[in-house]
Design a protein around this ligand. Structure first.
Ligand code: EPU
Length: 443
């Protein structure tokens, strides 16, 4: 099986990137489609391994989903006939626990293993479980098997007025799905605000549900019967992919146009890049990254939307290896998202960990913070550095994208081991990079 990319670097990329549909929207819409009773056609679904894993899971549960063209997925939820997700399927993707919504709705019971996905620290689902309980759901965890069992004692989800203790992206999405089929209206408070969540809201609003966001609070008036109006829905473009390619252009001194992107969805990234000296022109539906000269260092603190997304910090770190001065990145969302640091050092990057000494870590960190237990949460990058070739190992999806960018910016031939981890979330990476002039092959 082809598992590695071989990349000859040091060429500025040029050309136009057509973005794929967003992974973190498509996965949730596929699961939400299981709540309705008719067939739904989802357009612009990216052909990535995470989508394949969800499709396998759907078949395992008795329903079906098949591509009728490259990116159009026909989903038929009607034959859903199992409420138990096997570990074999559940462990492959983080979002498997979101099947709590359709399985509980259709069977009043769901048995789901502890979720898989990228290991970015502990990644517990305690906030999701507390939220489910607020809707009248009984949830038990059996640590000897690693399975959650959830049931509906009263046969119905009650509407709830629920405040998340801290923001959670997929937790908010699961709450929206549950509230959509509850027996009375709900308010979800301290809800996460990522644009991907608003895409799910838009989708659910086409199923007789009425969902309205008021900043961090979301009102949900459930559907009497979930039914999708229209026959198809288009997944929006992937803003994380947009930032990945933007970083590729900046790190290699290239010039690219990225189509199908709302600049406002990546505003914090654009502001940061411009502060560093990048020249970026935005149009209604595209952004243009101009050739950059003399980028300078920046200090970035990741945060939930509308801040600098945690998913962008890896790719941005490569740009900062080419900027002059000392840059910092402080990761506050996940407790282990610097899996790429040791690999960038192999390429010659001057990166070290430091203690950022936050004033109020309990408040700042989005992960479950235990005083004294914080690991390496911040890095310093000294630049500009000439990167050279190396053999690199991918630890997680965004770290993989980071290493691909770094290999494109480095002198000589590098090998990135772990292509399948990157292909969990990036469609046609090899083809897209080739079209921008990158010398890449998968072996
Ligand atoms: N957390 C808890 N308990 C919970 C839920 C979250 O402690 O019950 C912690 C997490 O461990 C993390 C923080 O809270 O430290 C924030 O987690 P959140 O729930 O917001 O993240 P997520 O829903 O697991 C999604 C995306 C991530 C993206 C984050 C931030 C999907 C499938 N995943 O993760 O995307 O980085 O939100 O926006 O939507 C990726 O695409 O590579 C990726 C990891």
């Amino acid at each position: 099986m082809s598992e590695r990319y071989v990349i000859k670097g040091k060429r500025p990329v040029t050309g136009v990137v057509k973005l794929s549909g967003a992974k973190n929207v498509a996965l949730k819409l596929i699961i939400a489609s299981m709540l309705v009773s008719e067939q739904i056609s989802l357009e612009n679904v990216p052909r990535i391994l995470d989508v394949d894993s969800i499709i396998e899971l759907i078949y395992h549960l008795g329903a079906s989903a098949r591509f009728s063209s490259k990116n159009t997925l026909e989903i038929n939820p009607n034959k859903l006939n199992r409420y138990e997700v096997d570990l074999l399927y559940g462990c492959k993707t983080r979002v498997s626990f979101m099947f709590f919504a359709p399985l509980l709705y259709k069977f009043k019971k769901a048995v789901i293993p502890n979720p898989g996905g990228c290991r970015l620290g502990e990644r517990p689902i305690d906030r999701h479980v507390s939220m489910l309980r607020a809707f009248g759901i009984t949830v038990d965890y059996d640590s000897s098997t690693g399975y959650y069992t959830a049931s509906l004692p009263g046969d119905k989800f009650h509407g709830a007025n629920y405040k998340f203790e801290k923001k959670t992206h997929t937790g908010t999405e699961l709450a929206l799905m549950i509230a959509s089929v509850a027996d009375s209206p709900s308010v979800i408070r301290n809800a996460a605000a990522e644009p991907e969540i608003d895409d799910l809201i838009d989708f659910l609003n086409k199923t007789n549900v009425v969902i309205t966001r008021h900043g961090e609070d979301i009102d949900v008036v459930p559907a009497k019967k979930m039914s999708f109006s229209g026959s198809s829905y288009k997944v929006t473009s992937d803003r994380n992919e947009a930032v990945t390619y933007a970083c590729l252009a900046l790190a290699t001194g290239g010039e690219i146009e990225i189509g199908q992107i709302k600049a406002s969805d990546i505003a914090y990234f654009i502001d940061t890049a411009e502060m560093s000296g990048a020249k970026i022109t935005t149009a209604t539906n595209s952004i243009h990254i101009h050739k950059s000269f003399g980028l300078s260092s920046t200090d970035v603190i990741t945060s939930p939307h509308p801040g600098f997304m945690t998913d962008w910090q890896g790719p941005w770190s490569v740009v900062m290896t080419q900027a002059s001065g000392e840059s910092t990145i402080h990761e506050t969302v996940f407790e282990q998202r610097f899996g790429y640091v040791s690999e960038l050092r192999r390429l010659g990057a001057d990166i070290s960990f430091f203690d950022p000494k936050p004033v109020s870590p309990q408040r700042l960190y989005q992960f479950r913070y235990v005083p004294g237990s914080e690991k390496n949460q911040a890095i310093k990058i000294k630049g500009p550095t000439k990167l050279h070739n190396a053999v690199l190992k991918v630890s997680d999806l965004r770290a993989g994208a980071t290493l691909v960018i770094a290999s494109c910016a480095a002198d000589g031939e590098s090998v990135v081991e772990g292509a399948s981890v990157i292909e969990r979330g990036y469609e046609d990476l090899e083809e897209k990079l080739k079209s921008l002039g990158v010398d890449i092959k998968k072996i």
